[in-house]
Design a protein around this ligand. Structure first.
Ligand code: SF4
Ligand code: SF4
Length: 384
């Protein structure tokens, strides 16, 4: 069994406590904006004096409810997000004054039309690719449009100085998260991938950014000390990098399973890892252009083409001293499933790194099969 520290806070405990914190904030009159994706320019939400909160989308419980109106053969993340909102089981959706979304994959953008019937949902029109001047110009326009929408919906005024202040705050938060993720570069790793992913997700239920930064910095310093005292010089287990779709919904089924089978997950090349943190917002530029440039650089498979993801993978392979890569693709996620061919060729042919592709959903029906495939993969790694 995975050994977790005594004071380790589970995702559901943190979610519950976050709910109480959010209730207090609402009682004090704070505005809340529900968000879903790494493309969200949360700086504009902060500049509007509101709290951005990530909405629920990692549980399989609301999926049967969602399947009353959505197709069964759809990404579980989309079904879970919609089901949590529609069945009133996401307290954060309930408390949100509005929802802020982006036109990323087809499933999500069509689902947002239905979500809008439940609560006002503004969908930013993300360009399908980042090349050419038009892509950046249209994304910049979407930033300007979002400012107007936030002002209208939240009854506020956003100044350039408010945005710059939010940019500086979010850059400091990014730096704290990046330092925390980089603990995974230590060999052997002083904390599990299960902890890395849970700590980052539980931190999202703290709504005071300064508090988040302080807690992350403290945790990182403790881990560095722990490494120097108890880990340095010891042998390492096989080091795994996770790539593909967001993995929060399969944390128990896959992330925990990999580590209980004898490997360490040292990094995440997905939206649960440093993808959004690695790249700061330039606070010397016009804030709308700076935000447009930063958020257009997110390496998600919904972008065509998406060469930045291969570059990010290459960098992480060497920085995190990776022995093998496991790609997690959620059922019916066409963009990541198609891009996996490029990822596999890059890893196995160009880099000679063992690669495992796991396609799954949030149910428990394939737990046994996944466990067998993980064990077989780790055996291959031991003999590499
Ligand atoms: S994988 Fe893509 S669509 Fe999904 S949260 Fe990340 S950036 Fe958004
Ligand atoms: S995992 Fe894929 S299908 Fe699911 S929401 Fe993200 S991009 Fe869309």
């Amino acid at each position: 069994m995975l050994n977790l520290p005594e004071n380790f806070q589970s995702y559901s405990e943190a979610r519950q406590q976050g709910f109480m914190r959010m209730k207090e904030l609402k009682e004090k009159g704070k505005k809340v904006v529900g968000v879903f994706c790494t493309y969200t320019p949360s700086e504009l939400v902060l500049a509007a004096g509101a709290v951005p909160v990530g909405l629920c989308g990692v549980s399989d419980e609301p999926i049967p409810y969602a399947e009353k109106s959505l197709p069964k053969n759809l990404c579980p993340l989309i079904k879970s997000s919609y089901g949590s909102a529609a069945s009133d089981t996401c307290p954060y959706f309930y408390f949100s004054d509005m929802i802020l979304a982006e036109s990323t994959c087809d499933g999500k953008k069509k689902m947002y039309e239905m979500m809008h019937e439940l609560k006002y949902t503004h969908v930013m029109q993300l360009p399908p690719g980042r090349s050419g001047e038009m892509a950046l110009a249209s994304w910049h326009n979407e930033m300007l449009r979002l400012k107007e929408v936030l002002e209208e919906q939240l009854g506020t005024v956003i100044t350039d100085e408010d945005i710059k202040e939010a940019i500086r705050l979010k850059n400091r938060e990014r730096k704290a998260m990046l330092d925390f993720f980089e603990i995974g570069k230590l060999k052997p790793s002083p904390l599990s991938g299960y902890e890395i992913s849970t700590i980052i997700d539980t931190n999202s239920f703290l709504f005071d950014t300064e508090e988040k930064i302080a807690l992350l910095n403290e945790r990182t310093a403790q881990l560095k000390e722990d490494y120097a005292r108890n880990f340095a010089g010891r042998p390492s287990r096989p080091r795994i990098l996770i790539t593909g779709c967001p993995s929060g919904g399969v944390r128990e089924k896959i992330i925990r399973q990999i580590e209980e089978s004898g490997a360490d997950i040292v990094g995440f090349e997905n939206c649960c890892g440093p993808r959004a943190q690695i790249d700061m917002v330039d606070d010397s530029l016009d804030p709308y252009w700076a935000l447009a440039e930063k958020y257009l650089r997110v390496n998600c498979s919904v972008m065509s083409p998406n060469p930045g993801r291969i570059e990010a993978l290459e960098e992480m392979l060497s920085d995190y001293q990776v022995d093998g890569v496991i790609e997690i693709v959620l059922q019916a996620c066409h963009t990541f499933a198609i891009e996996s061919d490029r990822v596999k060729k890059f890893l196995t042919t160009e880099k000679n790194i063992p690669y495992l592709y796991l396609e799954t959903d949030y149910s428990q029906t394939d737990t046994g099969q996944i466990s067998t495939r993980i064990s077989a993969f780790l055996e291959i790694l031991q003999g590499y």
